[in-house]
Ligand binder design. Structure first.
Ligand code: PGA
Length: 228
């Protein structure tokens, strides 16, 4: 477009991100938009499976997710670590233990993300590897709803540690110190290869790669370790 040729940062940026990434992407967008007030952002937040469908249909300029599909030709850049942790109510009996064997997760009710979730897939991979069968009491399609269910005493779950960044000092949630955790994953920013990147998309990608190292993990881990 003419705006691109002139290098003017004006126009629309369409982003598609997985639900775990919504805990940091809007913050980066906030400062980006202050710098480039003429950029309109459309942000789609969905689970892994739905995001992959959007890629296949080429609906967005840039995607952020933890498990880039191998059957789509993507150009990816590693953005930030996305550790998956076991979360329980802070009064849960397991929250008092300093070392929990993976097998012990089989003995307590478990809350699982919906099928199609990348978080669920990573969890399932670990459980398959060690032949763990948890008792799924509840399936929920939202990280926030799962946190509420944990707080309500319905069970424990495994979520991105970043989902705790909305928890304050008085959070009812604790990270459990379980063998093989955290599951270390990373977010990647990617675009469909062969797609001509607009100046705005390239500018945002550069900005994201520069800003994301400054993002810190929520500190609930230290709190729960200290109380252990
Ligand atoms: P999701 O996120 O569980 O919302 O699908 C997966 C990911 O972090 O890529």
């Amino acid at each position: 477009t003419v705006a691109d040729l002139k290098g003017i940062k004006r126009g629309r940026l369409r982003l598609g991100v997985v639900t775990t990434a919504k805990y940091f992407v809007p913050r980066v967008l906030g400062s980006f938009c202050q710098r480039y007030p003429d950029v309109d952002i459309a942000l789609q937040v969905t689970n892994h499976q739905k995001l992959v469908r959007r890629m296949q249909e080429n609906l967005d300029d840039l995607y952020i997710l933890s498990q880039p599909p191998t059957d789509i030709d993507l150009n990816t850049h590693r953005v930030l670590e996305n550790p998956l942790v076991v979360i329980a109510h802070r009064d849960h009996p397991l929250a008092k233990k300093s070392h929990i064997a993976l097998k012990q997760l089989q003995d307590v009710p478990f809350i699982m993300r919906e099928s199609g979730s990348g978080t669920r897939r990573a969890v399932q991979q670990l459980f398959n590897q060690y032949k763990i069968n948890v008792q799924v009491r509840l399936e929920l399609g939202s990280n926030e709803a799962i946190k509420q269910a944990i707080a309500g005493g319905l069970g424990i779950s495994i979520l991105s540690q970043h989902t705790l960044n909305t928890e304050g000092d008085r959070s009812e949630l604790a990270i459990l110190n379980v063998q093989h955790f955290p599951i270390q994953t990373h977010w990647y920013a990617g675009y469909v290869r062969g797609k001509q990147l607009s100046v705005i998309t390239q500018t945002f990608l550069d900005y994201l790669l520069a800003e994301s190292p400054k993002i810190t993990l929520p500190h609930s881990l230290e709190q729960s370790m200290k109380s252990a």
